[in-house]
Ligand binder design. Structure first.
Ligand SMILES: [Zn+2]
Length: 332
């Protein structure tokens, strides 16, 4: 029997490739090569660049850069701080969705004024999802306005039982809502911070073991897994300044394959959470020629020196995983 398994190329709906603006951390070339090394054939890149993607002009500049440098398929998000609503109309067909930061994040993107939040939801006249960074109780606000204006809502990086319950409850009411979890919230907890120090800083923060158990207990009800690949250099991570975020493109699939190996999920869950659901939620059609081949039993150790990400490190360094990517076919 062939020991290799073929899966549809993964779609990672949440990455920060830092291009343009912070290409010392990553760029569209290095980031997309890291994606392919991780079996990911499509990435959706977030708009919180140094120059935020708040206008059609900035979006078009970034599209051009991505088209020139990316080795894999990509989609871009548009961003908003509530002051650029007049730009919406011109960009609907150029993006995969709208990203709104309701919680504090890197850079000045957070929208806290409720009137502005309401206006954003009222003005996004598009079937593509509004993706929210909404920690703790903040998700409730997004759910309220998504319901009022009948918008498709996707909650990024759900990390606690409280956040997941808000999403699952809204789901039960029949509204079009989905969510993602990250591998670092599935495989690391706040206990790892002692060991990881600055490398473990991320938003939302690594949660408790109890929260992590809750995510695993409800894995069947969670729509997507996304890396939230947010690279910083080792020098930055070891400095006194706090840099939030960690790279994850190359470890996402091996971690999930290890979870399959351990009987915590099945291969169908991987396909559902990294391919079928991303295509359905974002109404995005990935070419069927995008294939990743894996050896699900192959045991190997994550080593920083083997990574393609420009940042050059992983919070999982030294961890032994089961499931290696042996081949990737990408159709652009
Ligand atoms: Zn992010």
């Amino acid at each position: 029997m062939n020991k290799y398994i073929k899966l549809p190329g993964l779609i990672d709906i949440h990455v920060h490739l830092r291009d343009p603006g912070q290409t010392h951390k990553e760029d569209f070339h290095s980031g997309s090569v890291a994606a392919l090394a991780g079996g990911i054939t499509t990435v959706f890149d977030m708009p919180n660049n140094l120059k935020p993607v708040f206008t059609k002009h900035v979006l078009e500049e970034k599209l051009e850069i991505a088209a020139q440098k990316s080795a894999c398929n990509f989609g871009l998000y548009f961003g908003t701080n509530g002051e650029n609503i007049s730009e919406f109309e011109g960009i609907y067909d150029k993006v995969v969705g709208l990203k709104v930061y309701l919680s504090e994040t890197t850079g000045k993107y957070t929208v806290t004024d409720e009137e502005k939040i309401q206006k954003i939801f009222a003005s996004w006249i598009c079937p593509k999802p509004i993706v929210v960074h909404a920690e703790g109780k903040k998700a409730d606000l997004a759910i309220k306005y998504a319901r009022d204006f009948k918008r498709k809502l996707h909650v990024a990086h759900v990390s606690t039982a409280e956040e997941l319950d808000q999403v699952l409850e809204a789901k039960k009411s029949g509204m079009p809502i989905s969510c993602e979890v990250t591998p670092h919230h599935l495989f690391l907890t706040d206990k790892d911070l002692d060991r990881l120090k600055g490398y473990g800083l991320v938003k939302p923060p690594l949660a408790t073991r109890k929260d992590q158990d809750y995510l695993w207990a409800h894995i069947n009800e969670i729509d997507c897994v996304a890396s939230d690949h947010a690279p910083h250099t080792m020098e930055e991570k070891e400095s006194d300044t706090k840099y939030f975020g960690m790279p994850g493109l190359e470890t996402l699939l091996p971690l999930l394959l290890t979870a399959v190996h351990e009987g915590r999920m099945c291969m169908d869950d991987i396909v559902r959470m990294t391919n079928t659901n991303p295509q359905r939620i974002f109404d995005f059609k990935q070419n069927e020629g995008n294939i990743v081949e894996v050896d699900p039993e192959f045991e190997f150790e994550i080593k920083n020196e083997n990574l393609k990400t420009k940042s050059g490190w992983s919070p999982f360094e030294g961890k032994t995983l089961n499931g290696k990517i042996t081949n990737v076919q990408v159709k652009l």
